[in-house]
Design a protein around this ligand. Structure first.
Ligand SMILES: Cc1cc2nc3c(=O)[nH]c(=O)nc-3n(C[C@H](O)[C@H](O)[C@H](O)COP(=O)(O)O)c2cc1C
Length: 272
C-alpha cells in the first residue's frame, strides 16, 4: 500500500509537492498535502525530494533513502560535453578479469536511469567465465552461419565476422572481453528493452571513471532475440525472463587521442 505521510510540524503548505507530481495525484486538503489516488502513484519520489523542509515521507520512496543534494551549480557545459563525447566503445581489453565488486559498482549506477512510468524492472546476469564467453562467441558465429542469416541485410557484416573467426580465430562478437553483462527482464514486461538500453548506457558512461571500458554486444543480442537455442541455452536465464541487452566489460587496452565528429545536427523547430 502506497502512503504519503505529512509532518504537519514542518510542512509550510507551499504546494510544491502538488505541482511536481507527474500524475497530479497530490491534493491540498485544508492546506495539507494528501495522496488522492495512491494506486496510480509511480513512486518517483519527486514530492519528497522537492520538499524544502523535508515534511513528506513516502512509503515507496522514503525520505530516509534520499540523499541530500549539495547546493552546487550544474557542471560546466563544456565539461559535460567533453565527458559525453569521450564515451567510446571499447573493443580491445586487457587480459585480466574484472573484480566482481567493481562490476557491482558499475551496475549500481544503472539503477538510476529513467524508465517509463518509473517501471525499472531490469536485473542483471554477469558472465565472467572465459569458457562460457568463448562458447557464446562460437554459438553466435554458428547462428550467423545459418542459412536464414543469408537473407538478412546484415549478412555481409556477419560474413566478415564469421570469416575473421573461422580463419583467424578472431572474436568480433565479444571481443575477448573478460565479462559480459546481460540485462534481463520478465517475459511479460513490455518495457524491458528500452529500460535496459537506458540502464546499461548509464553504466557505459560511468565505466571510464572505474577504469573500465564497455561495448554493446549487438551480435549476441541479435542471436538471442532471434531465439537461437544454443545461445539461449548458454545464457541460462532465469525461468520466465528474457534477454533485454548485453554489454561487454573489461579494462581497456587502448585510449583514444581524439574526439570524432558525427552526422551534423538535424533539427527543425516546428512553427505554429
Ligand atoms: C545497441 C547497440 C549494439 C551494438 N552492437 C555492437 C556489436 O555487436 N559489436 C561492436 O563492436 N559494437 C557494437 N555497438 C557499438 C557501435 O558500433 C558504436 O556505438 C558506434 O560505432 C559508435 O561508436 P562509439 O560507441 O565508439 O562512439 C553497438 C552499439 C549499440 C548502441
Amino acid at each position: 500500500m502506497t502512503s504519503l505521510v505529512v509532518d504537519r510540524s514542518c510542512c509550510v503548505q507551499c504546494g510544491l509537492c502538488v505541482s511536481v507530481c507527474p500524475r497530479g495525484l497530490i491534493r491540498l486538503d485544508e492546506g495539507w498535502p494528501r495522496l488522492a489516488f495512491p494506486q496510480l502513484c509511480i513512486a518517483c519520489g519527486h514530492c519528497v525530494a522537492v520538499c524544502p523542509p523535508a515534511a513528506l515521507d513516502h512509503s515507496r520512496a522514503p525520505l530516509a533513502r534520499q540523499d541530500r543534494l549539495p547546493n552546487s551549480p550544474p557542471l560546466p557545459a563544456a565539461t559535460v560535453r567533453q565527458f559525453l563525447r569521450s564515451r567510446r566503445s571499447i573493443r580491445s581489453y586487457q587480459n585480466r578479469p574484472v573484480e566482481r565488486d567493481l562490476l557491482r559498482q558499475l551496475l549500481d549506477i544503472a539503477r538510476f536511469a529513467p524508465s517509463g512510468g518509473n517501471s525499472q524492472g531490469i536485473s542483471y546476469q554477469v558472465i565472467d567465465s572465459r569458457s562460457r564467453l568463448s562458447q557464446l562467441t562460437a554459438s553466435t558465429v554458428a547462428w550467423m552461419e545459418e542459412p536464414a542469416q543469408a537473407l538478412s541485410a546484415k549478412s555481409p557484416v556477419y560474413a566478415q565476422y564469421v570469416k575473421l573467426y573461422r580463419q583467424d580465430g578472431c572474436d568480433s562478437i565479444l571481443r575477448n572481453a573478460p565479462a559480459l553483462i546481460l540485462g534481463v527482464a520478465a517475459k511479460t514486461f513490455a518495457r524491458g528493452r528500452e529500460n535496459t538500453l537506458l540502464c546499461l548506457e548509464y553504466a557505459e558512461l560511468y565505466a571510464p571513471s572505474l577504469g573500465l571500458g564497455t561495448c554493446w554486444a549487438g551480435m549476441l543480442e541479435a542471436a538471442a532475440f532471434a531465439g537461437y537455442p544454443p545461445v539461449l541455452e548458454l545464457l541460462r536465464l532465469p525461468a520466465g525472463t528474457v534477454l533485454t541487452g548485453a554489454l561487454m566489460v573489461g579494462f581497456p587496452n587502448l585510449s583514444f587521442q581524439r574526439l570524432v565528429d558525427r552526422q551534423p545536427l538535424d533539427i527543425t523547430f516546428v512553427e505554429a
